[in-house]
Design a protein. Sequence first.
Length: 288
Amino acid sequence: MKAIIATFCLAALGAYAQQDINLTGYKLVFSDEFQTPSVGSHKGKGAAKWGDWPPYGPAGAFSVSHWVRGRVRVNNGILFCDAVWNPQRSDAAGNNWESGLIASMDISRSGFAQRFGYWSARMKMPHAGEGAWCAFWLASASGIPNAGTKGYEIDIAELYGSQFKKGPGGDQYNWVVHPWNADGSQAPPPYEGGEWVDIPGGDAINQWHIYGCKVAPDFITFYVDGQEVGRKPTNLEYLKDPLYIIINYALRDPLTGDPFASKGRSSLQVDWVRAYSLPSKTSIPPPQ
């Protein structure tokens, strides 16, 4: 309901009004509207919806920040993944940044995942300089608890700092498909790759947008605000296991511009995240 109200309010104000795809025939199988925080440990999240670290092992330390559960908070129905400088953190590398991440599975593979379906999230990019690296993505459960197996990484939306990527129409984001082999190589084109996409309305920071992805037996299709923006053919050889969700605010060098230069706080905001099963008429092939 809050998303519907927000959409009508934006339209009334003359701002860009977003919508999701037509979900007739789809079934909602997972959602978090972020009315209360539900984040537990990646080592065993219990009844919580989310764990606090990528469950696939040491490769999950891809940020120059430290993943800290306390950097994920809920306020007025919005999830905030914060990036915060902590002067009390002792780090030999001189890195005192902490930031937030949530994953729908823990290292025991407990949690939500599905092999085919549609996933979407309504988000705002942080107002931050170069080095901000936010993502809403899926990963194969085959990589838990240790990466190095064949499976998919599907980056539904990678959003970078305000100084990182601009197009003629304003802010852009990136979608990417990575079909990983056990040796770290990837399946060749046309299965691997992605594109930069213009944000509708040109503003990813001050406007909400809905980033979505449908994984079907024939194609992996990407959407922003209900409009298709790209697709890749599905390689079922990499889709033996279900896909779980990760949302994070990572940092990457170099960190320039505010709030990084002044060591201030910035936040990725998430209004909701939802996952649907495909319409029942869809023929689902068994794992190869």
